[in-house]
Design a protein around this ligand. Structure first.
Ligand SMILES: Cc1ncc(COP(=O)(O)O)c(C=O)c1O
Length: 364
């Protein structure tokens, strides 16, 4: 069996005809389906990239100490994560590649079980399939019964629902995993995209008790710093797990390019651009939320992330079709798990002008 045939269906192909329909709108498509950043990469980051342009030698897989220190400083300054050393952080080439290859790189394979949220970013399932492992999409630890997953993914704030897990819940999951020897990996790429909640890192002492044992947290600069094109992310946590990933990634040449490492450090060191971007998204979210609610949608969760998890109390594909007629493209909730089949995921990462166009169309 080919490897690709083991992978889940690539869902975006199913959306193509609705994208074509939305493009027919006389004022053009408003594409709220993907959630790719559209605002400029911050000048301070562009400058750092330019300053690092002379880069003749191979970068080290472990990354520059300054880059790793910037990640640790940011975790401590903005998220209260203390006590991590430089051997507990590793730059990666965007978080998607790490998420997709984590299981394989940690030696998880046939016969093993991997858990991830019931409604989830599809790459957790891809990673399990690539490893040949079994997977279970659930939010309930009891759903595992007597089975012990080798790896459990958390994602708070969540894509697609925007749900934030409270500290108590996170702490229970940490304890459950530690009792069983399950590796806990928390995808925290929306940690700073919060509107009506205060998401907490799994590495915060209130959650992990001040020890990263058995835990990894994955962070990405794509959304916080409009850096999706640079592929800048990192993983932090348990020194032995980071060391294992490093040992494998060294052999595969999975090195973050030197100029990008400098850019990532500059982005992590600067909170000004992040708060400006946060304000932009907050305003867009308000406009879109009001317009969706005015058009009869209910918004569930959505207290953080860059999405509104909206329902019209009908099959998600009917909602996708109805919005495509108005020139608005959204993602059907079923892309993220069967439990999403009556919701759509509406990204608010478009320009102010496109968000306003969507709001006008929803009101018309
Ligand atoms: C939950 C989640 N994790 C990871 C990623 C990947 O981000 P990147 O590869 O840009 O770091 C995304 C992207 O949308 C995401 O939604």
């Amino acid at each position: 069996m080919s490897v690709s045939s083991r992978l889940p269906d690539f869902p975006w192909d199913h959306l193509v005809r609705y994208a074509e329909q939305a493009r027919q709108h006389p004022d053009g498509i408003v594409d709220l389906s993907v959630g790719t950043p559209v605002d400029p990469t911050p000048e301070v980051v562009q400058q750092a990239l330019r300053a690092g342009a002379d880069s003749p030698g191979y970068p080290l897989t472990i990354g520059r100490p300054e880059t790793r220190q910037a990640a640790l400083d940011w975790l401590e300054r903005n998220h209260g994560v203390t006590g991590l050393g430089l051997d507990q952080v590793l730059p990666v080439i965007g978080s998607k590649e790490l998420i997709g290859s984590m299981a394989v790189h940690l030696g998880i394979g046939a016969g093993d079980l991997i858990g991830y949220p019931e409604l989830a970013y599809p790459t957790y399932e891809v990673g399990a399939a690539l490893a040949g492992a079994r997977s279970l999409a659930t939010d309930s630890l009891t759903a595992f019964g007597p089975e012990v997953p080798r790896l459990l993914w958390l994602n708070s704030p969540s894509n697609p629902t925007g749900r934030v897990l409270p500290v108590d819940h996170l702490r229970k999951v940490v304890e459950w995993c530690r009792e069983r020897g399950t590796i806990l990996v928390s995808d925290e790429c929306y940690l700073e995209c919060a509107w009506e909640a205060e998401p907490v890192s799994v590495l915060h002492p209130d959650v992990c008790g001040g020890s990263a044992e058995g835990i990894l947290a994955v962070h990405s600069l794509s959304k916080r710093s409009n850096l999706a094109g640079y592929r800048c992310a990192f993983v932090a946590g348990d020194a032995a797990l980071v060391g294992e990933l490093l040992a494998v990634r060294k052999n595969l040449g999975l090195q973050m390019p030197g100029p990008q490492q400098r850019a990532m450090a500059a982005a992590l060191d600067d909170d000004v651009h992040a708060s400006e971007q946060h304000a932009r998204y907050a305003a867009r979210r308000r406009v879109l939320r009001d317009a969706l609610e005015g058009a009869g949608f209910r918004i569930d969760h959505s207290e953080a992330s860059l999405y509104l998890w909206a329902t019209h109390d009908e099959d998600c594909w009917d909602t996708v079709a109805g919005l495509a007629e108005r020139g608005i493209l959204v993602a059907p909730g079923s892309f993220y798990g069967a439990a999403g089949n009556r919701h759509v995921r509406v990204a608010f990462t478009a320009t102010d002008e496109r968000i306003q166009a969507a709001a006008d169309r929803l009101r018309a």
